[in-house]
Design a protein around this ligand. Structure first.
Ligand SMILES: C[S@@+](CC[C@H](N)C(=O)[O-])C[C@H]1O[C@@H](n2cnc3c(N)ncnc32)[C@H](O)[C@@H]1O
Length: 320
């Protein structure tokens, strides 16, 4: 039997609030200074199945309304994390963090990190380099904010490294709980082979949100995702004893979010664990297709030629 209390309108006594509808209608229900963390990935205005592409100015204005409401409902010690990539127009990229930053700045928020989320999979571009990162702008509302670094430390590369001089010479130099995870995060994105993949075209990996929830909130705190999708933010929050609320306009995503939450409650939701290292296929590739081998050996010959001491300078035929 499910014990999880999932409300469909704002309800302070619920474990989770999943509002189906427009995010501004939902935000209007939430009291001021109520949530500890707002974390979201808004629509990128790319004409995905869940959005109508707007003029850039209209898109920015729409984002401004959601951001200012999010700031209103944020506690003074709270954080807001806006995860974005690029808006693309006629093959030209417009990084959304650059165009949205002034909105946060006008609202007097403090930028603490511009986190680069690097991942391995995506479209193969032909007229520019393939995009393999997006960013998370982490702002705090004030100068005093929650930051639980110890909860999110990661293993050191060289845990047995020692001080080589000074009064601590010979003693271990690293922190016993691990190192600061830095502002570049290597976390696989959710593509077709990922265990968390649902019908949503661009869901968060749970581990990305777990790190933010653990670092920026305490147990029992409320986390808000104004563009909830299939509920990843709510899942990561519940997994760590927080409560969550959010709005999603597409009913089918709200249904998936509910199913995932119930599975998470029963401990049967498949999730990629935070501690798992990123899969590295090197050494596991058994055979290289003959066509690729040919290209590889040609590249090696060229490399050898260009690094050879005896290489002749390239002669260019002058036909003039
Ligand atoms: C980038 S996706 C977020 C996915 C989410 N992070 C997850 O893990 O599933 C943005 C979501 O915002 C929803 N959305 C777009 N406009 C909205 C609006 N005005 N109100 C509520 N949700 C909206 C879309 O349907 C989409 O699911």
């Amino acid at each position: 039997m499910n014990k999880l209390n999932i409300a469909s309108q704002f309800d302070e006594s619920a474990d989770v609030v999943l509002f189906q509808g427009d995010t501004l209608d939902f935000l209007a229900q939430v009291p001021s200074e109520f949530v500890q963390l707002v974390v979201t990935s808004p629509p990128y205005n790319l004409n995905k199945e869940y959005e109508n592409k707007l003029d850039l100015e209209d898109y920015i204005n729409q984002q401004r309304m959601v951001i200012s409401e999010s700031v209103r409902v944020l506690k003074p010690t709270g954080s807001i994390c806006w995860q974005v990539g690029n808006y693309v127009e006629n093959g030209e990229i417009i990084p959304l963090d650059i165009i949205l930053y002034p909105i946060f700045s006008e609202l007097n928020l403090h930028l603490r990190n511009r986190i680069v989320w690097h991942f391995g999979h995506g479209l193969h571009a032909t007229k520019r380099f393939s995009g393999r990162y997006e960013v998370i702008l982490w702002f705090t509302k004030g100068e005093n904010y929650i930051f639980n670094l110890d909860a999110v430390r990661v293993p050191q590369k060289y845990p047995d490294k020692k001080h080589f001089k000074g009064p601590n010479k010979g003693q271990l130099s690293g922190h016993p709980l691990g190192k600061n995870p830095s502002d570049v995060w290597e976390i696989p994105n959710v593509k077709s082979n990922h265990v968390e993949k649902t019908i949503h075209p661009c869901q968060f990996p749970v581990e990305l949100i777990e790190r933010l929830v653990l670092a920026l909130t305490n147990e029992g705190d409320w986390v808000l995702d104004p563009f909830l999708g299939v509920g990843t933010t709510a899942i990561a929050s519940l997994m760590h004893g927080r409560r969550a609320m959010g709005a999603e306009i597409m009913p089918q995503y709200v249904e998936v979010a509910k199913e995932r939450l119930h599975k998470a409650e029963q401990g049967i939701l498949r999730i990629r664990p935070m501690e798992r290292t990123v899969y590295d296929p090197n050494g596991r590739v058994k055979s290289i297709p003959p066509k690729f081998v040919k290209i590889k050996s040609l590249t090696e010959q060229l490399d050898l030629f260009s690094s050879s001491k005896h290489a002749e300078p390239l002669k260019i035929k002058d036909d003039s």
